[in-house]
Design a protein around this ligand. Structure first.
Ligand SMILES: O=C(O)CCC(=O)C(=O)O
Length: 301
């Protein structure tokens, strides 16, 4: 299948987005919001990313102790991605509900929105990307409302490993099979297969720092390695969904039926939580994602 990228309308918008921008998102499965963060906010996030990697904010599974003379660069280069940084960083927790994010998500998801995941990508030069996948494969919502909010902390370019997306690929509503791979361009997370597209259907999502890329949980996307000579492609990406939907993520609690399984380590970022009576559970712990540079021993996000 060909996604006719030549006639693609411009996916770049500013907040507040309009109804036609939300329609673009529904049709194409992604949207870019430019200038969503100020220069000061960007610096705050970059500084916080360094503090997270330095281990100054709290425990991270897989974290490597610093040597006395380590520079920030030495430390940042150790980590491709840290999962759940918002659990130890108040700043990153605050950014889950940044006004630009709330504006877009309340227009593409609905008035009640919750967040269940954050990931801090450092992706220094030479680090791998992530193979084709759909986020809904990893984070199953009941109503397909999963949406990523990918905050670019540096300019993201083809050279330094920006996102690539297959516009419209979310519309099948199918979760394609996934398998392990030995492709050294990518980290150890599996790759989606048997979908009816080729790499020629993909478009690069090059964005300046301060942009936020929103994308649907069924959208096929990937990123390639950072081939720049130096520097990073830092991103804070958070995942959101409608608060009405249960989230059967992780194993159900003891004695719980799958139909009512509902992961409750969430942060409400807009509207009301219809399940507030269940309370919030502190379950996710920050961890380092294996980069795969020494080979992949196990799959997973
Ligand atoms: O930024 C990347 O390299 C990959 C991000 C991604 O695939 C995701 O957030 O789902």
């Amino acid at each position: 299948m060909s996604a006719t990228t030549l006639t693609m309308p411009d996916p770049v918008r500013t907040v507040p987005i309009q109804a036609e921008d939300a329609a673009f998102y529904q049709e194409n499965g992604y949207l870019i919001v430019r200038d969503a963060l100020s220069g000061q906010e960007l610096q705050e996030l970059r500084d916080e990313a360094t503090r997270v990697c330095r281990g100054e904010l709290g425990e991270i599974r897989g974290w490597i102790p610093n040597e006395p003379n380590d520079s920030d660069d030495d430390i940042l280069r150790r980590y491709l991605c840290i999962h759940f940084p918002h659990k130890i960083s108040e700043t990153m927790s605050d950014y889950l509900g940044h006004p630009a994010i709330v504006d877009v998500l309340t227009k593409v998801i609905g008035p009640n929105v919750k967040c269940m995941q954050s990931m801090l990508f450092i992706k220094a030069s030479g680090k791998p990307g992530q193979a084709w996948h759909q986020d809904e494969y990893f984070i199953p919502t009941r109503d397909r409302s999963l949406t990523g909010g990918w905050i670019a902390m540096d300019d993201a370019t083809v050279e330094n490993g920006c996102l690539w997306v297959i516009p419209g690929s979310h519309k099948h509503g199918i979760i394609w099979p996934q398998r392990e791979h030995n492709d050294r361009r990518f980290d150890c997370t599996g790759e989606a297969i048997y979908f009816p597209y080729t790499d020629d259907d993909a478009v690069p999502v090059e964005v300046p720092a301060g942009s936020i890329v929103f994308f649907n949980g069924y959208l096929l996307h990937r990123s390639l390695p950072n081939r720049a000579k130096s520097g990073y492609r830092r991103v804070l990406v958070n995942h959101y969904m409608s608060a009405e939907s249960l989230l059967p993520w992780r194993a159900p609690a003891e004695g719980e039926h799958m139909a009512t399984a509902d992961y409750r380590d969430i942060v409400m970022i807009a509207g009301r939580d219809p399940y507030s009576w269940k309370g919030i559970v502190d379950r996710a712990k920050p961890s380092v994602r294996p980069s795969g540079e020494g080979g992949c021993s196990k799959n997973g996000k």
